[in-house]
Design a protein around this ligand. Structure first.
Ligand code: HEC
Ligand code: HEC
Ligand code: HEC
Length: 255
């Protein structure tokens, strides 16, 4: 099944045990606070629509467009079903409340809430991101199986191997292999700025649009739009295509 292919198996040998990390109450960021208007000749998907409505309509419901999207109660009520019982991971119990978009954690350090900021995927499975300290977006351990309509512990398959030394160890969902800003962002947002600050180990990750937009595949289009806008009305835009010399571009003439 496709879900299996997505399951992350981490074959990390001799990875040092992480130090004690103080995961404070996560800050709540609006999904839009990660957006930045990208220069460098990019103009954004909205700018293509006027002239390429057909492509826009093909793209917008696609899994490229939706590779990552802000969490919304609309999405939750139309795509997810409530989680019938808590999932237990080690000494912690977890439940996602889809109405409020919060994952509740209950364990030895008390109760914590992790608001869902972004949703990833959705063909076979949805993953969820929450905001953590120092600009991290972290993949929640609870994921949703679209085909079986079930919540499951996706971090369960993450294992560290110490060949010949000691038994395998689970990888905590709070560890870096599940950090969006190291493990996922290259393929799930468009026109990425990593903005990592080594001195403070802080991420200030920004992107133009979540998901895979037109210009990820077609390249920056500012100049394309400028040229197309300047084409006089008596020209046939279809004939601009693959036609650097502009031969036969007038309507009603042959090449
Ligand atoms: C002002 C109108 C206009 C806008 C805005 C515009 N295009 Fe185009 N585009 C055209 C015309 C005209 C053509 C050539 C005729 C055709 O192939 O339909 C074209 C062709 C293309 C092609 C095909 C090129 C080829 O060589 O076959 C791609 C890809 C494309 N546009 C992508 C985009 C993207 C992505 C955006 C938004 C970032 C965009 N366009 C915005 C008018 C526009
Ligand atoms: C190297 C590029 C790449 C990286 C890195 C990456 N993804 Fe993906 N991801 C993809 C592609 C491509 C697909 C579409 C696969 C498909 O449709 O079969 C996808 C699909 C998904 C899906 C939907 C799967 C489904 O079948 O519904 C989820 C959820 C997802 N990724 C989450 C993540 C998370 C979380 C991370 C980081 C821990 C991550 N991805 C890192 C490329 C990547
Ligand atoms: C995942 C990559 C990808 C994304 C995202 C994407 N395209 Fe394309 N697009 C392609 C490829 C590849 C082709 C060529 C398909 C072919 O020749 O059969 C294409 C073809 C086109 C063409 C037609 C070119 C021609 O030959 O007439 C236009 C116009 C276009 N895309 C515009 C857009 C617009 C606008 C968007 C966003 C709304 C978009 N594309 C999103 C990859 C992409």
């Amino acid at each position: 099944m496709m879900v299996r292919s997505l399951i992350l198996v981490f074959l990390i040998c001799f990875w040092p045990a992480p130090g004690i990390v103080n995961w404070a109450f996560p800050p709540v960021h609006a999904a839009e606070s990660y957006f930045v208007q990208k220069g460098d000749g990019y103009s954004g998907t909205a700018s293509c629509r006027k002239c390429h409505e057909k492509f826009y309509k093909l793209w917008s419901p696609s899994h490229h467009a939706k590779a990552m999207q802000p969490f919304s109660t609309d999405l939750a009520s139309s795509k997810l079903t409530p989680q019938p019982e808590e999932l237990i991971i080690g000494r912690y119990r977890y439940r996602v409340d889809i109405a409020s978009g919060i994952m509740q954690e209950n364990g030895p350090d008390g109760d914590k809430n992790y608001p869902i900021v972004y949703v990833m995927g959705g063909k076979d499975v949805y993953y969820f991101l929450t905001a953590m300290k120092r600009g991290r977006l972290q993949t929640l351990p609870l994921a949703y199986d679209v085909l079986e309509k079930k919540w499951f512990d996706t971090a369960k398959s993450g294992v560290r191997h110490f060949p010949g030394l000691k038994p395998d160890e689970p990888v905590s969902w709070k560890d870096w292999p599940y950090t969006f800003n190291t493990a996922c962002y290259n393929c799930h947002v468009s026109q990425l700025d990593t903005n990592y600050d080594l001195a403070t180990n802080t991420y200030n990750t920004r992107w133009a649009e979540p998901g895979i937009n037109c210009e990820t595949c077609h390249g920056p289009c500012d100049e394309h739009i400028r040229v197309c806008r300047q084409v006089p009305k008596e020209y046939d835009p279809q004939r601009l295509k693959n036609n650097p010399q502009g031969q036969g571009i007038y309507r009603g003439t042959e090449q």
